[in-house]
Design a protein around this ligand. Structure first.
Ligand code: GN1
Ligand code: MG
Length: 369
């Protein structure tokens, strides 16, 4: 295993019994840097995930960690008394040797550690409708287990995270400033964005009509933020809890639509491969609605599709903004990757718009409307 030298000190800081064998980079998340670490313990080989928290993104680390403790505590209670058949696990924070959940390293970085959930994996793109349905079922169950958790007990780990007006204002600002001279390259995408700002009003209208309660939502329900069991193909755990905070179910359904109903990856370079696949969409709808139907309001169920458009749009706006700002937020491994990511979201949004009647019929069928 190859790891940066500070990993040994990080591994040693957490209350894990046994001998550390090494660590290596893990996963494909954009924000936090994650390493998987292996220990020889009295109970055998055990793996743990060490994560350096991105403090440019998460300004209130104590608040963030308190959110995660509270949410995982509640989920664990539900899982224990749920008595449901099948495997369902909850992320478990490992304390440091001094009993905290964050270790401040010599270089100032904040580290936390989770026990690894074994025998399961994530998918960056849903390879089959079964996986898409399971991913959605996992996030739906997550929402259901948290339906009685008071959202005011959580801080906003990223203020105004899904605030489209705020995101658009930032895009407008960077378009004006053009700090890295990329605006001319992105003219078509900018035009496409400004033609769709009405989505902010659409969501406001639904909100104003009532029936869209503030709930505890995940807010980053990318298909690769749910673990799928290697053997059974069933969802076993929801991960990446940093953005669990007050939100609406539309956001969570929406990011599933964005990431689990399109057969192409997020940074696809060929726009003709980017579209909503009806079979995947139906699977996501079936999986999610099946879990939330018992507590969701009719307004929530009726406006799920708007959630898909809204989140696909706002993430497209964020990728485009980052491209114009010089790739400061979303890491890139090649030139124009954030522009491709933005293009993909906008192409998917066009597909969601074009097939709205068909998609609505699918949602209506599953919500019993
Ligand atoms: C980030 O951390 P990760 O990769 O799960 C981002 C999401 C975006 C997503 C786009 C805190 O998620 O909001 O939708 O990238 N998370 C944060 O892939 O900004
Ligand atoms: Mg993630």
């Amino acid at each position: 295993m190859s790891e940066p030298p500070e990993l040994a000190a990080v591994a040693a800081a957490f209350a894990i019994e046994g001998t550390w064998l090494g660590a290596e980079r893990y996963g494909s998340g954009h924000i936090n840097r994650t390493y998987v670490s292996e220990f020889e313990t009295p109970q055998g080989r055990r793996r743990y995930l060490h994560q350096a928290i991105n403090r440019d993104v998460f300004r209130d680390v104590p608040g963030l960690m308190r959110n995660i403790e509270r949410v995982t505590g509640h989920l664990r209670e539900r899982a224990d008394r749920g008595g449901l058949a099948g495997r369902w696990e909850v992320l478990e924070l490992v304390p440091t040797r001094s009993g905290a959940f964050v270790h401040r390293a010599a270089d100032g970085r904040s580290w936390r550690t989770f026990a690894c959930i074994e025998g399961a994996r994530t998918y960056d793109v849903a390879p089959t409708p079964d996986i898409a349905r399971e991913a959605a079922r996992g996030f739906g169950r997550f929402a259901r287990d948290l339906a009685d958790f008071d959202p005011s007990r959580l801080v906003e780990s990223i203020p105004r995270f899904h605030d489209l007006d705020g995101r658009l204002a930032r895009l407008r600002g960077v378009t004006f400033e053009d700090p890295v001279g990329r605006v001319a390259i992105a003219e078509a995408e900018l035009e496409s964005v400004w033609a769709r700002v009405g989505l902010a009003d659409d969501l406001r209208d639904v909100r104003a009509g009532g029936g869209l309660p503030v709930r505890v939502t995940h807010n980053d329900t990318k298909v690769n933020n749910v673990l799928i069991d290697d053997d059974t193909g069933r969802a076993v755990a929801v991960v990446d809890l940093d953005t669990v905070m007050p939100g609406t179910l539309l956001f969570d359904f929406g990011d599933l639509v964005r990431t689990a109903t399109c057969p192409a990856p997020e940074d696809e370079t060929d726009p003709s491969r980017v579209f909503v696949d009806f079979e995947l969409f139906e699977a996501v709808t079936e999986g999610y609605v099946g879990e939330i139907a018992s507590f969701a309001t009719s307004t929530e169920l009726e406006s799920l599709l708007l959630g898909g458009q809204f989140i696909t749009f706002i993430i497209g706006v964020r990728f485009l903004t980052d491209y114009l700002e010089g790739d400061a937020y979303f890491p890139t491994s090649r030139p124009d990757q954030n522009l491709d990511r933005a293009r993909t979201q906008l192409a998917l949004l066009r597909s969601l718009e074009r097939y709205e009647p068909e998609l609505r019929a699918i949602v209506d069928r599953h919500r019993g409307g």
